[in-house]
Design a protein around this ligand. Structure first.
Ligand code: UD1
Ligand code: CA
Length: 450
């Protein structure tokens, strides 16, 4: 049985931010959410987040996590003090407590499982996750004997020059036999450089304590400042891209591409340079994205192409070509085999299959049928200054260049709109509509003037 505690009460002074450190985001999710994600598969019997600095905003950001309890640490007097706050909540508990710093966002669940396994097999009082870092600066140094039994943990700020040479560091992830920890928690002192209650002091007051070195040290990097946040982002991107390339996705110039962890791709998708895939985006097989596209929370069907375009909260069905320079947003939904071309904006607009909006158009709050052709420069005037109004366009209807469709408006099936028309009244099926003044030619006008 394991209870999880996540330390999320600190301000994170080194971030130089008003936002609590643990709420800074990494690839679309906050640091603390990532930590919570990493413990989820362990199915802890209880999980508690220790909150303090801007507790309300941290709680609000985590309210969607089921079965997460919040424990308030009113003053942030150190990591040991944070864990002291659990004493009244865990009275009588005899299982293990897994403690994680809220700023270790790249941890893998596998690593936590290993830690728990070593802890339980050896019946340790505590087992801590450690790593050998090329640059251990800033971390607590862990001193062990030959059998990986921990003898001392010294914070960077408390280290002598000689102790700083030790490259084995404390990852900030611990498993404790709770009854042992509970006994020594009340006796922690603050005799250290930061005048804080250190959880690391409790570690050396129980016994035996074993350390487990993580295989890939990148997993345990803690985020204290913006540079470390940026480095963690690079590592995360590397992981995500390697995973997708292994799954059959082509990334052209991967360093110029970013992909959120929440994105789903199918084999034989090609992502071209300078493209960014965010949120809950899904891209189906055979599609080609980019160069230069941003796709957020959108669905792209099979064999579609999107070039130099921005698509948010929208759906593009199979075989449709988008761009260059198109902008789809507000739940645009484009059917299969359509073409959405240069300088076209679609907002909250549905297009049936085999329809084209190829050049210089804005369609807002529009529902168009199949095989529709929207001529260059067609604009829906969907906003009267107060309210938005809908436009309906029937199957096979064609608008001439530079048409203005003043909403609310219904155009039937097989309607033809003459170029340059401003349409203000509904049109029924099979009509040709011309809504512009006739051309007037005054012959010899120039000569008369003279
Ligand atoms: C801590 C460890 C250090 C380890 C490093 C790993 C201690 C004393 N030191 O140092 O050995 O190498 O993590 O990244 O534990 N927090 C609270 N309440 C507080 C203080 C902090 O909840 O009163 C939370 C913070 O929000 C953060 C976590 O605890 O999520 C760690 O605090 P931080 O100040 O970043 O500790 P480090 O100095 O990095
Ligand atoms: Ca830290």
């Amino acid at each position: 049985m394991v209870v999880v505690a996540i330390l999320a009460a600190g301000r994170g002074t080194r971030m130089k931010s008003n936002l609590p450190k643990v709420l800074h985001t990494l690839g679309g999710r906050s640091l603390v959410e990532r930590v919570i994600e990493s413990v989820k598969p362990l199915a802890p019997s209880r999980q508690m987040a220790i909150v303090g600095y801007q507790a309300e905003s941290v709680e609000a950001a985590l309210k969607h996590v089921s079965n997460l309890e919040f424990v308030l640490q009113t003053e942030q007097l150190g990591t040991g003090h944070a864990i002291q706050q659990l004493l009244p909540h865990l009275e009588g508990y005899t299982g293990d407590l897994l403690v994680l710093n809220g700023d270790v966002p790249l941890l893998r669940t596998e690593t936590l499982k290993q830690l728990l396994q070593v802890h339980q097999e050896n019946q340790n009082a505590a087992t801590i996750l450690t790593a050998q870092l090329p640059d251990p600066k800033g971390y607590g140094r862990v001193f062990c004997n030959g059998e990986n039994i921990v003898q001392q943990i010294v914070e960077d700020k408390d280290c002598t020059a000689a102790q700083k040479q030790n490259r084995r560091i404390n990852a900030g992830v611990y498993c404790f036999r709770w009854t042992d920890l509970a006994l020594c928690l009340p006796h922690l002192g603050t005799n250290n450089a930061q005048k804080e209650y250190y959880l690391t002091d409790a570690v050396t007051q129980v016994s035996p304590v074993m350390s487990v070195d993580v295989e890939d040290y990148q997993e345990i990097l803690g985020i204290n400042d913006r540079l470390q946040l940026a480095n963690a982002y690079d590592i995360l991107q590397q992981r995500i891209k390697e995973k997708w390339m292994a799954a059959g996705i082509t990334l052209i110039d991967p360093n110029s591409i970013t992909i959120d962890e929440t994105v789903e791709l199918q084999p034989d998708v090609i992502i071209e340079p300078s493209s960014h895939l965010r949120g809950k985006t899904v891209i189906k097989t055979g599609s080609r994205i980019g160069p230069g596209s941003l796709i957020e929370n959108s669905y792209i069907g099979e064999n579609a192409t999107v070039m130099y375009s921005v698509i948010t909260d929208s759906t593009i069905n199979a075989g449709t070509k988008v761009g260059p320079y198109a902008h789809l947003r507000g739940h645009a939904e484009v059917g299969a085999n359509c073409r959405i071309g240069n300088f076209v904006e679609l907002k909250n607009t549905k297009m049936g299959e085999y329809s084209n909006v190829a050049h210089l158009s804005y369609l807002g709050d529009t529902t168009a049928g199949t095989k529709v052709n929207i001529g260059a420069g067609t604009i829906t005037a969907n906003y009267d200054g107060v309210k938005k109004h809908p436009t309906k366009i029937g199957d096979r209807t064609k608008t001439g260049s530079n048409s203005v469709l003043v909403a609310p408006l219904n155009l039937g099936n097989d309607v033809y709109i003459a170029a340059g028309s401003t349409i203000t009244e509904d049109v029924s099926d099979n009509c040709l509509v011309i809504a512009r003044s006739r051309q007037v030619i005054k012959e010899g006008w120039k000569l008369d003037k003279k």
